[in-house]
Design a protein around this ligand. Structure first.
Ligand code: GTP
Ligand code: MG
Length: 207
């Protein structure tokens, strides 16, 4: 079906952006992946696209240091038929100099508040940790910026079902305080593939 078709085509890396002035033209819908450093944003993009090394993932928090644009369906097709997947730098702790991290954070906030074609922000939450105060800050920023957003649990393979259920309850309670959030919570494992097809069809059906 639609999800499989969109994700079955070519995927290309378009560019890494370090300032708002470098954003590619806003000529197609895009979705972005936000979340704390190391939560699994880049790995999720790799799992969705079926490319192990498209987005650079690593165990070092602060790996992704630019806003990286990936074109689904390739970059040479009619923009109206295709979408961008956007990998963001993480927030919270990162193994990088403070001044540099502050620069990414400013860019991240500008992007989340100022990108017209951003159709959904996925806010990734580690299933082991649940919603932390830095996540709350991003949810509040998204409330104010009127960007539709949805929480996604990551690394579900790392916990027991009991732990997973406890985190689901904690996240749902946090989302109740953010009525702008989509109530549906997608539980994923990039490692095992859980939730990946669900997320693909959510992205594919956005218009
Ligand atoms: P930054 O770019 O630093 O903000 O990190 P990120 O959010 O992009 O995380 P990344 O995808 O680089 O993953 C961080 C680490 O978690 C890597 O070592 C991944 O292999 C691991 N990881 C990511 N997703 C999963 C998952 O679903 N299951 C397991 N077991 N490990 C995962
Ligand atoms: Mg990353």
């Amino acid at each position: 079906e639609k999800g499989r078709l969109l994700f079955a085509g070519p995927v290309t890396f378009v560019k890494g952006v370090v300032a708002m002035s470098g954003l590619p033209p806003a000529d197609r819908l895009e979705v972005c992946f936000a979340g704390r450093s190391n939560v699994g944003k880049s790995s999720l993009i790799n799992a969705l696209t079926g490319r192990k090394t498209l987005a650079r993932a690593s165990n070092t928090p602060g790996r992704t240091q630019e806003i990286n644009f990936f074109a689904l369906g390739g970059d040479h097709h009619a923009p109206s038929e295709h979408k961008y997947l956007v990998d963001l730098p993480g927030y919270g702790y990162a193994e990088a100099p403070v001044a540099i991290v502050a620069k990414w954070q400013a860019l991240l906030k500008q992007y989340l508040q100022g990108r017209q074609t951003l159709r959904r922000a996925f806010v990734l939450i580690d299933t082991r940790h649940g919603v932390k105060s830095v996540d709350e800050d991003i949810l509040t920023l998204l409330d104010r910026s009127a960007v539709p957003y949805q929480a996604v649990l990551t690394k579900a393979d790392k916990v027991s079902t009991t732990e997973r259920d406890a985190t689901i309850e904690q996240v749902k309670a946090a989302l109740n305080r953010h009525p702008a959030a989509y109530p549906e919570l997608v539980v994923t494992s990039s490692e095992k593939g859980d939730g990946i097809e669900t997320l693909r069809s959510i992205i594919a059906t956005l218009e």
